[in-house]
Design a binder for this molecule. Structure first.
Ligand code: SF4
Length: 329
């Protein structure tokens, strides 16, 4: 199957300089040599602790950030080479829904203007046509048409997130990046928004890149999941396979923190040693070795490759290379 997006060796480094005259030449590797494909109609999750590069990766795929290196192919074209009109054309195909709908919605604009703005920017229709389309979008996201004239401060968190989804959807994109799109919502609103995302995915044939630290939500909505640590992919697999059989020690620790109803299973929680290392000083070899309970001397010097160990289950760990997987304690 042809991928919708083909991400090839994408990296994004930032200078760690503290001022214009600083001699500090160190770099922060926010995203470091990541490759994967996104297939039409799937929901691919991206998980990992705060600061692991999830959001940077999402924004690179939308070409909202300039990468340091790499290629992102969409319809056989490297979107990172697009400029001006061509880049504006690409924006119709890929949109984003942010975590905090309040700060992402202009408080001085009415909901109708906010949702219709992408059509106006793209010059897609007369004032009346845009109004008609916005009213249809309000129906699609489950908001009554009265919201057209309201301001963001008059909406609840869930209603604002519906507005954010309507704004992303109005250009009929193929990919929507959901960047912690339900994380700021209470549990019942969260499930309503998840249901809405699932419904519109079926109706419009959407593909999602679902960035979240909510591991239970990711398990519910995603078909495939990427686990990131310090800007690198450490594991990638089909969702059920990953949750049932996590192979990377970092993924095992991350998943062991998911609350379980059975107190006996709680005993198996794996406590990660230490804090996440400073991203300007990523450990040599395996970036996880300073916190890994299985680390060996080899792990301190040699960076493991991301290898397919079985049926598109990819793991970046020397133990996985030798098929010697750690047993749960
Ligand atoms: Fe742990 Fe070594 Fe595997 Fe890294 S390569 S996760 S340090 S066992």
């Amino acid at each position: 199957m042809e991928p919708l997006f083909d991400i090839r060796h994408i990296s994004k480094y930032y200078s760690a300089k503290s001022g214009a005259f600083s001699l500090d030449k160190r770099v922060v590797k926010a995203v470091d040599d990541i490759s994967f494909q996104i297939f039409r109609g799937e929901t691919i999750g991206v998980v990992g602790e705060s600061g692991c590069g999830k959001t940077t990766l999402g924004k690179l795929i939308l070409h909202l950030f300039e990468p340091t290196s790499g290629e992102i192919l969409f319809q056989e074209q490297d979107i990172l080479k697009l400029k001006g009109k061509e880049l504006r054309q690409f924006r119709k195909h890929a949109q984003i829904v942010y975590q905090d709908p309040y700060t992402s919605l202009n408080p001085r604009m009415r909901i109708g203007e906010i949702i219709g703005e992408p059509l106006k920017i793209q010059n897609l229709g007369s004032k009346e046509e845009i109004r008609k389309r916005v009213l249809e979008m309000l129906d699609v996201v489950g908001l009554v048409r009265d919201f057209y004239g309201k301001y963001p401060f008059e909406c609840s968190g869930g209603q604002r997130q519906r507005v954010g989804i309507a704004r992303a959807l109005i250009l009929k994109p193929e990919l929507i990046v959901c960047d912690e799109a339900v994380s700021a919502l209470d549990v019942s609103t969260q499930s309503q928004i998840i249901n809405l995302l699932e419904d519109i995915q079926k109706e419009f044939g959407l593909t999602y890149l679902f960035i979240s630290h909510g591991l239970s939500v990711v398990r519910h909505i995603c078909s495939r999941v990427i686990v990131m640590y310090l800007g690198q992919v450490v594991e990638m697999a089909d969702c059920e396979e990953l949750y049932e059989n996590p192979l990377h020690p970092y993924t095992q620790a991350l998943f062991s923190a998911i609350p379980l109803p059975d107190p006996e299973q709680e005993k198996n929680r794996i406590m990660l040693a230490g804090d996440v290392p400073n991203p300007v000083n990523i450990p040599k070899g395996c970036a996880f070795h300073t916190r890994c309970r299985y680390a060996t001397d080899r792990c301190k010097t040699e960076r493991p490759k991301l290898n397919d160990v079985k049926n598109a289950h990819l793991v970046s760990c020397h133990l996985a290379e030798n098929r010697v997987f750690p047993k749960e304690e």
